[in-house]
Ligand binder design. Structure first.
Ligand SMILES: Cc1cc2nc3c(=O)[nH]c(=O)nc-3n(C[C@H](O)[C@H](O)[C@H](O)COP(=O)(O)OP(=O)(O)OC[C@H]3O[C@@H](n4cnc5c(N)ncnc54)[C@H](O)[C@@H]3O)c2cc1C
Ligand SMILES: *[C@@H]1O[C@H](CO)[C@@H](O)[C@H](O)[C@H]1NC(C)=O
Ligand SMILES: *[C@@H]1O[C@H](CO)[C@@H](O)[C@H](O)[C@H]1NC(C)=O
Ligand SMILES: *[C@@H]1O[C@H](CO)[C@@H](O)[C@H](O)[C@H]1NC(C)=O
Ligand SMILES: *[C@@H]1O[C@H](CO)[C@@H](O)[C@H](O)[C@H]1NC(C)=O
Ligand SMILES: *[C@@H]1O[C@H](CO)[C@@H](O)[C@H](O)[C@H]1NC(C)=O
Ligand SMILES: *[C@@H]1O[C@H](CO)[C@@H](O)[C@H](O)[C@H]1NC(C)=O
Ligand SMILES: *[C@@H]1O[C@H](CO)[C@@H](O)[C@H](O)[C@H]1NC(C)=O
Length: 568
């Protein structure tokens, strides 16, 4: 370990030692505890991983150290390579410790606290690096974090006082025309390291004339948390969810062994990894996905401007009546509603039409736009262009925006509600707007192949199979917001806004997407996992009996405090 690194570690650990903790064996070992590894032991670990053990600082501190530019601060590509960085960087903050431990980008010279940022990371370049980290963490009962891109909206990839197992640099990509599991030929497939971002994967696929099911983001890791949560795509109505298309996982489990999970080997673990929730099963090193011959897609976009919440409610009711208009071509759609620019409300629509000409796509959108205009809304900026799926799926080019404070809540809205009660959908939008909800992000990413595949071998919440859309509400704030105000915003999301969104489902047992939801969901077991929860618990007990891999609202997390540091 270099002298500078050693100095840094002593500084970080030393600072923590000033606090005196009183904890028993039901807690993870933290700095200051008798069982916390000595510097010499950390040095040994660093040697074992050939110098890849690194200190971690909050992203605002990392930015300050190197003088990063505002555009770098907001770049997913830049931040993906910063070990302490979370895209929703509010998750780096500990707002509730006394005093709060914050490290803000606009911090005007205030001190930078470590917050919820891990103490050290293993910048893994192989499964062996991860195995060393898992064994070390088990031996010393350390809190573990697993991160690939840091995109997580629930803060699950950063953990207070933890050792981070960082998979961002597992970047291998390899193709085959016949992927076999026990002599069963599953066809054309690609195997990706768990650090491969979606854009890199689409580019690699393009060179092969192929495509995979993936989301509309550049830096989300296909083989990280995305697929473990389910993984939706504008191409899901055509090709299913990403987890439906996952054929095999390579994963380091809690006892330190590297196992292959597929339909034949460790099938229970394979079942859990396909949709049973990110970060709860082990450290994934690689995932194999089915590939398809690539295809042309028309990208259609337009804005709809509405003058009042009432008008917006009426337009969204009309949208609900048209939601099945695009099914025959298996289109996917993002329909995002923003409570701005005041007093107006703006709906941006972006629809991806596989194998459809621009002319046909425009014709397919016209009935909804005609109804919206009849209700007094203004439809503007309509545009359509056709290109390869690999290029078209990138909405905002080759990067993603990061560095904001944002939390989400969401629900899967059943197709049956769209069929039977469009008024309920319009009224719920109105109620959310009247509450002042900032953004209501609609995703038409279900139905079609997602429903047709209704009996695959996976832990995906069954509500996905009967859903038509996935609707997210957002809550965000700027750095001048006090910890008390942040807590109030979180409270409002969980207890005021989400209950209204629930009404839109027309169900009492509604479901939410675990990758884009509220970590404080009061009945998270039912909401994120539905009837699969008990089976997931038993698989967790078999593969991770000591709960090494605990994340917020994840399987088994009810046994731990909110930070996963002490058993309840
Ligand atoms: C800009 C943006 C666009 C998005 N678009 C979509 C979309 O179109 N469709 C969609 O379904 N979702 C989308 N998401 C949500 C996305 O699925 C989640 O943020 C997901 O958790 C990202 O996984 P990650 O590994 O990249 O992120 P990370 O924050 O690194 O990890 C997320 C979770 O996965 C775990 N994890 C990460 N790597 C590993 C690993 N190697 N082994 C085991 N566990 C691991 C972490 O512990 C954490 O629990 C989007 C998110 C963003 C920020
Ligand atoms: C992590 O390792 C990769 C090589 O695998 C290297 O390029 C990168 O700079 C390292 N990052 C840090 C923060 O050490
Ligand atoms: C963990 O403990 C076991 C048994 O005591 C030991 O063999 C192993 O080397 C330790 N591993 C690490 C990474 O500390
Ligand atoms: C996509 O469209 C272009 C232009 O019409 C055509 O040349 C190309 O072959 C099409 N590609 C596929 C995969 O259909
Ligand atoms: C609101 O929409 C109206 C049209 O309905 C438009 O004339 C006006 O400029 C918009 N206001 C803002 C602030 O964008
Ligand atoms: C697109 O159309 C081509 C030619 O008709 C067909 O071979 C291909 O399967 C279609 N692809 C999709 C994704 O529908
Ligand atoms: C539709 O929702 C409304 C509430 O907006 C409710 O009163 C009504 O009973 C529902 N109708 C049906 C058919 O479910
Ligand atoms: C930082 O300080 C400047 C000058 O005092 C002030 O204008 C600004 O609002 C402060 N920023 C924050 C986030 O507090």
């Amino acid at each position: 370990m270099s002298a500078m690194r050693a100095f840094f570690l002593i500084a970080v650990v030393g600072a923590h030692r000033c606090l005196s903790y009183r904890r028993d064996s039901s807690c993870r070992t933290q700095p200051g505890d008798p069982g916390f590894p000595s510097d010499a032991l950390w040095d040994q670990l660093n040697e074992q991983v050939e110098g890849r053990l690194i200190p971690v600082v909050p992203s605002a501190e990392a930015c300050k150290e190197v003088g990063c530019t505002p555009s770098q601060w907001h770049s997913g590509l830049y931040e993906a390579d910063v070990p302490g960085s979370m895209n929703s960087y509010n998750w780096e903050q500990d707002y509730t410790s006394v005093p709060p431990s914050l490290c803000l980008y606009n911090y005007n010279g205030t001190a930078c606290g470590q917050g919820r940022v891990p103490l050290y990371a293993i910048n893994a370049s192989s499964a062996a690096d991860i195995q060393a980290g898992v064994n070390f963490a088990s031996n010393h009962s350390l809190r573990v974090a697993i991160k690939s891109s840091g995109h997580d909206y629930l803060g699950r990839s950063t953990q207070k006082n933890s050792l981070l197992l960082w998979t961002q640099f597992l970047k291998d990509i390899s193709f085959t025309d016949s992927f076999t599991v026990e002599e069963l030929n599953l066809g054309s497939a690609v195997t990706v390291g768990s650090g491969v971002g979606l854009q890199a994967l689409y580019d690699a696929c393009k060179a092969q004339g192929k495509m995979v099911v993936g989301g509309s983001a550049a830096t989300v890791s296909a083989g990280g948390g995305y697929v473990q949560g389910a993984g939706h795509s504008a191409f899901s109505p055509l090709l299913g969810l990403a987890a439906d298309n996952a054929l095999q996982f390579e994963v380091v489990i809690a006892d330190g062994t590297l196992v292959t999970a597929n339909g034949d080997s460790h099938p229970d673990l394979f079942w859990a990894l396909r949709g049973g929730g990110a970060g709860s099963w082990g450290v994934v090193t690689a995932v194999t996905f089915r590939t398809y011959s690539t295809f042309n897609v028309t990208s259609h976009a337009a804005d709809v401007t509405m003058a009042s919440p009432d008008q917006a409610g009426a337009v969204l009711k009309a949208h609900a009546t048209h939601i099945f208009d695009w099914d025959d071509v298996h289109a996917g759609q993002y329909f995002y509603l923003y409570n701005s620019p005041a007093p107006n409300i703006t709906m941006t629509l972006w629809t991806l039409f596989p194998n459809t000409s621009a002319e046909d796509a425009i014709a397919k959108m016209a009935p909804f736009f005609n109804d919206a205009r009849a209700l007094g809304a203004i439809v503007s900026d309509e545009r359509a262009s056709t290109g390869l799926a690999n290029d078209i799926i990138q909405r905002s080019g080759s990067d993603d925006t990061t560095g904001a404070n944002v939390i989400l809540g969401s629900r899967l809205i059943p197709a049956s509600t769209y069929q039977s009660n469009q008024s309920l959908i319009g009224e719920t939008y109105l109620a959310l707007l009247e509450q002042g909800v900032q953004g209501i992000l609609g995703h038409l990413v279900a139905g079609g192949k997602v429903s047709d595949d209704a009996n695959p071998f996976s832990a995906i919440h069954p509500k996905w199979r009967t859903a038509k859309t996935h609707i997210i509400i957002t809550q965000s704030w700027d750095d001048s917001t006090s910890p008390a105000q942040v807590e109030q915003l979180k409270e409002d999301l969980t207890n005021k806004h989400i209950p209204v969104l629930v009404a839109m489902t027309g169900e009492t047992d509604s479901g939410s997407y675990s990758n884009e939801g509220d970590v404080r969901e009061p009945a998270f077991q039912e909401t994120f996992y539905g009837p699969n929860y008990q089976k997931l618990l038993s698989i967790k007990a078999a593969y991770d009996p000591n709960d090494l891999f605990i994340v917020g609202a994840g399987v088994g997390s009810e046994r731990w405090d909110a930070e996963g540091l002490c058993r309840l």
